[in-house]
Write a protein that binds this ligand. Structure first.
Ligand SMILES: [Zn+2]
Length: 158
């Protein structure tokens, strides 16, 4: 069994959502005022207001640098560069988070469709959405479509 499947465990089946009451509480909790002071207006809009940055303009859309992508709001490690792939969708795309409990997924019914929102498990900031069954040929057939502005890449020390 591959390392990512072990990590992902039973979360591999997107669409089978636990109720929000079962969600782990955020370990990092700040007031809206504190978030506004810590983040730029653009970061705040995406991370705390579930905004979406425009496609193809994000800092990490085509980045190949080896390293770990951390939550820009709280610094939690979320994704590894090895699971990033070229989706050509305009946003950084990963086929799995680096650990099954690094992110929380729940149904987002905004914009007249049911999508699966991905938030940081540590601080509950908005990261992006996850889509399944698109046929990208990745090991999971999942696409974690994540806003660059929600992430900070920490390049691996060589
Ligand atoms: Zn976070």
């Amino acid at each position: 069994m591959s390392w990512w499947r072990r990590l992902l465990g039973d979360r591999i089946s997107v669409g089978v959502m636990k109720s929000e009451a079962d969600e782990p509480a955020a370990k990092v909790v700040k007031s809206e005022q504190e978030w506004r002071e810590q983040l730029t207006p653009e970061e705040y809009q995406v991370l705390r207001k579930a905004g979406t940055e425009r496609p193809f303009v994000g800092q990490y859309t085509d980045t190949k640098t080896v390293g770990v992508y951390k939550c820009r709001a709280c610094g939690a490690e979320l994704f590894r560069s090895e699971t990033k792939f070229d989706s050509h969708c305009g946003w950084p795309s990963f086929f799995t988070p680096l650990a099954g409990d690094a992110v929380i997924e729940h149904t987002d019914r905004s914009m007249g469709m049911a999508r699966t929102e991905v938030v940081c498990a540590n601080c509950h900031s908005h990261l992006g959405h996850v889509f399944s069954g698109e046929g990208y040929g990745t090991p999971t057939d999942l696409r974690y479509c994540i806003n660059s502005i929600s992430l900070t890449l920490e390049p691996e020390q060589t």
